[in-house]
Design a protein around this ligand. Structure first.
Ligand code: BGC
Length: 397
């Protein structure tokens, strides 16, 4: 998945002023208890992460435990195990993986919220190749009935569990900036229809939703702010302005720092055209446009892999950035009223795309000089990359 291309321009970034770790919500080990005694009702007019800790799901836990078992240095292996306790999102990236989602709902304590990413639109990842999905343009009915409806059924069945959903990374941002790409033009109608269907169908009392809004180096350009906000807001309205939409998710699978000043790319030749040189500014500036366009504008920001800055040659480089480190762990102590929480959305250690040029889903962004090699297919585990993220973690483990 990712942004790509020309319109993405050079991006900027911001620095990661690691918030005070003592304010980080304590992470909890796996517990036997499941759900709340009665049905959960979330008020999306409030920051529900203040009430619920982001759950450390068993799928990522098992990936991380397997990775730790492969590390011979006992100190590093012990640190690796701590990653298993970090709250993060589970990606429902195929119809088959809906089962993985359901299987992971067995141990969510009442004070936790389960994070999941809805990511399976027809013609997915239209401006890049690495994360092209299983559904082709034209398969919107499978998306609606075999994918979204099934997820909704599971969430209804687990009415005593709280859910936070990130809706379709990169999809609407691609429509804003990549309309020159034929695949994006072809996919546009079904992206809008699919996202609206997801918002309407998943608008359940125990759910809060955040629609993906790219990042500061994508929709943060002066000329993208208004069209970006209008694109998101119009899909939100066409879904009937669902009550459980809280706002946006930014920096998903991204690398931008939260509040680095000056931003990582603020000295680039085109920096004058982007006032959103870090994610904090992006959330605040884009948030104003969203509000004006009539959409809820609170945010969650992916800090999973932004612990090290200064690694990218260009802001738009998105694939397996070499030298990266895990970032801030889950916390609601963001210092910004609009930002509900820092969360790990991209599970660190899972690849962004293959570095094998002969693979069908090879994207040249994964062959860039600053991209880690070798790297497996998107979503597959990369042990060496995980160990690097761990060594470079900021704050450290
Ligand atoms: C991949 C998905 C994967 C997700 C999380 C995306 O880039 O396309 O298959 O689930 O990353 O790793």
């Amino acid at each position: 998945m990712k942004l790509t291309t020309s319109t993405l321009l050079s991006l900027a970034t911001a620095a990661l002023a690691a918030p005070n770790p003592t304010h980080t919500t304590p992470l909890k080990p796996r517990q036997a208890s499941h759900g709340c005694p009665s049905a959960v009702t979330l008020d999306a007019k409030t920051n529900v992460f203040r009430q619920y800790t982001l759950h450390a799901n068993n799928f990522y836990r098992s990936e991380v435990e397997a990775a730790a078992a492969q590390i011979s240095d006992p100190t590093l292996a012990a640190k690796a195990l701590k990653v298993a306790d970090v709250g993060s999102f589970l990606w429902i990236d195929t119809i088959a993986n809906i089962k993985r989602f359901e299987d992971n709902l067995v141990d969510v304590p009442c004070d936790h919220i389960f994070g999941a990413v809805v990511y399976n639109l027809p013609g997915r990842d239209c401006a890049a190749k690495a994360s092209n999905g299983e559904l082709r343009t034209g398969e919107i009915n499978r998306y609606k009935y075999d994918y979204i409806d099934k997820i909704a059924e599971i969430i209804k069945k687990h009415s005593n569990v709280a859910f936070a959903l990130v809706i379709e990374p990169d999809s609407l941002p691609n429509l804003v900036t990549n309309s020159d790409v034929q695949k994006c033009r072809d996919a546009a109608r079904e992206y809008r229809e699919g996202v609206a269907y997801a918002l309407r169908t998943l608008n359940l009392p125990n759910v809060v939703m955040y629609i993906d809004a790219g990042h500061g180096g994508w929709l943060g350009w002066d000329s993208n702010l208004r069209p970006g906000a209008e694109e998101l807001a119009s899909v939100y309205r066409s879904a009937g302005s669902p009550s459980q939409v809280r706002g946006i998710a930014t920096n998903v699978a991204g690398w931008n720092a939260w509040d680095l000043t000056p931003g990582e790319f603020s000295r680039a030749s085109d920096a004058q055209w982007n006032q959103c040189q870090n994610e904090k500014t992006y959330v605040e500036v884009f948030g104003r446009y969203l509000r004006d366009a009539g959409m809820p504008n609170h945010a969650i920001v992916d800090t999973g892999r932004n612990g090290v800055q200064g690694l990218r040659k260009e802001w738009g480089n998105w694939c397996n950035i070499n030298g990266a480190g895990f970032g801030q762990r889950f916390t609601t102590n963001t210092g910004s009223e609009l930002c509900d929480a820092f969360v790990w959305v991209k599970p660190g250690g899972e690849s962004d795309g293959t570095s094998d040029p002969s693979a069908e889903r090879y994207d040249s962004f994964c062959g860039k000089e600053e991209s880690f090699k070798p790297s497996p297919e998107a979503g597959q585990w990369n042990q060496a990359y995980f160990e690097m993220l761990l060594r470079n973690a900021n704050p450290p483990f």
